[in-house]
Design a protein around this ligand. Sequence first.
Ligand SMILES: [Zn+2]
Length: 453
Amino acid sequence: MTQAFVSSRVVTPEGVRPAAVIVEHGRIREVCAPGDAPGTSQLHDFGNLIILPGLVDSHVHINEPGRTEWEGFATATRAAAAGGYTTLVDMPLNCLPETTTVAALEAKRFAAAGQCCVDWAPWGGLTGQNHEHLAPLAAAGAAGFKCFLVDPGIDGLAMISKQELEAALPTLARIGFPLLVHAELAEHLYHGGDGGDWRQYATYLRSRPDESELAAIRMLIGLCRTYRFPLHIVHLSTALALDDLAWARSEGLPITVETCPHYLHFVAEEIPVGGTLFKCAPPIRSRENREALWQGLRDGVIDLIATDHSPCPPSMKRLDEGNFRLAWGGIASLSVAISVIWTEMRTRGLPIQDLARWMSAQPAKLAGMEGRKGAIAAGCDADLVVFDPDAEFTLTTEDLQYRHLVSPYLGERLHGRVQTSFLRGTAVFEARSFPNPPGGRELRREEKLAVRI
Ligand SMILES: [Zn+2]
């Protein structure tokens, strides 16, 4: 059956315009003027509401298998659908086993089967010990690789040294898939022992200074210049690195950069004593830094916004003690990121097509999904989000949808709300509920690999 999704504000790669999105067999056949929709098609007319391309989150910790009590495919993908995300790319750690071998990837596939409300794809993990697994992981469908220059703070995926990284980079350059790096250098971190008042956010902020990110990014730019591998900086927190990144990109180095909703919304000056819900790494920094990150997005030095959705059981946030040294670091935001970002964009007068670029087109490109995800254009999957930009609401636990209903965003007054999310033309979130059984699929990058190595 042919469907026509119509609105006066459809966000296409060419701009926002009145249009009908014509869908057949879950794919977009064409985008035409509303009056040109075939008379026989099933009409979904959304009036003046915005139709966005389904969002793509290239940085999510789903944690299953192994730590499903933290988060799992069923709950993460429901939260995604509620938040306008139709594709997630899963990080290789916090699950057990970590996705550092093809066998681990198969275990993840087995865990995901039949549970997902939206599509997903895996990142593989890079450690000092698994170089021989990189090409097999890429051939088996990993979209790229993630590594840590600092201890990730959890058993499993080990940090990698500069020497170990250099040993892997020729292989990575040959594969041609992106290497996503947690860019903080351990020698610049301060772990503090028992000194300092760890209920104060300022103590935590001092323990992970800007210099740690800046030094790591400078080192990575140097390696990228030598080995020419596609480098992606995950969760950029310090704006002090923007000049170096802009220079490196102007040289033509293959570098992309992401930041996250929490760095674009919260500011260190307002984090309360003992407010461990705000703990993440690298840390949320100053108001001035936040504004500079927004400028980095405007300037195109930062390519995209990803959530780094990283939940844990509430007890691990140590809310009773409020101790920033002992609490788990990570902020879950799949279901709220679109509203948080749109609220901030409204106050800065930024247009909705920027949101589609930062949260859909660019993350899709990073994960090798362009042409299939990330755009309302002929040939792409009919992943569509009906968004009311003028809705205003106070965030409650009912809006969260993921496993553990804790969030530093609760109680915030936000603008912009997802009304309906469609995955390949089928509603996966509608009227605050999930009308259909899970129909999400895994997306594999393997076809592209065959022509590259
Ligand atoms: Zn992460």
